[in-house]
Ligand binder design. Sequence first.
Ligand code: NDP
Length: 293
Amino acid sequence: MELINGNQIAQQVTEELANEIRALPENQRPKVAFVRVGEDPASVSYVRKKEKTAAAVGIDSELHLFPEDISREDLFAEIDRLNADPSIHGILVQSPLPSHIPDQEAFDRVSAEKDVDGFHKVNLGKLCQEDSSGFVACTPSGVIEMLDRTGINIPGKHVVIVGRSLIVGKPLSLLFLRRDPLGDATVTVCHSKTPNLEEITRQADILVAAVGRPGIIRGHMVKPGATVIDVGINRVEDSSRKSGYALKGDVNFEEVEQVAAHLTPVPGGVGPMTVAMLMKNTYKAFQLAGDRA
Ligand code: NDP
């Protein structure tokens, strides 16, 4: 079994990007605004990681923090302000937002040209139409980039995705379906109402788990020789750790490593790819803004 090293692949992606940004004229740098509401510990840690990676590749960033009880109207006014600021090329609203502000409404409030998360309905529509001028969500595009850089062929393969969310499963299914050398797969998408999940997952040449249930993909659910991509990031109690928790994927690693030919670990798999693709999207937003000017 070959472990797919997401840290290493993400590093390649960000180094290539850093070289491109270094070559820009001194006064031209991409800039991203991070919007975080409240103090959800996972959100705090994700945004911190994104800020650090941005700094490492030469992208400027601004953090906009708001209290948990900010009204929907006030948050949207802040997003409008960032939309109107020409010095900002990308805007990321960290989810989950408090329950009185629907995540998708906030994603759609960000101008489609600055939607580096790729969650805006215009960008989801462009993905559906195979129009490459839009932004593709970072986790799905990170999965494809990872497969490509590992040399795993996609065309003609049967891909099974477990999970149909708008931020992972659904856009990833569209990427695999594209008429493209990194697409052209036959795609099956499973979810919580899918009966006999294991019968379907066992048919996968490439199996992607994006569920949010630790260890749900067991060894007997995987075809021998398959490629298994574990998108899940689950905080599981672990008193032996200082933090009190460990990060676990949706894949039962010990069982699946006996069966799969390629497997991504958690942490150190898809997670770093997501951050790297966010940087690529920010650079694309910067370039598109330059083209429009
Ligand atoms: P959602 O909760 O939005 O979606 C989960 C999906 O899994 C749903 O489609 C749901 O079905 C399906 N599901 C739930 N239970 C089962 C089950 N028993 N059998 C089959 N399918 C099931 O989660 P996200 O897509 O946002 O995230 C999924 C995981 O990926 C999480 O662990 C999250 O933390 C992680 N993640 C990791 C990222 C990274 O960078 N690596 C980025 C984003 C997410 P239904 O639609 O019927 O409810």
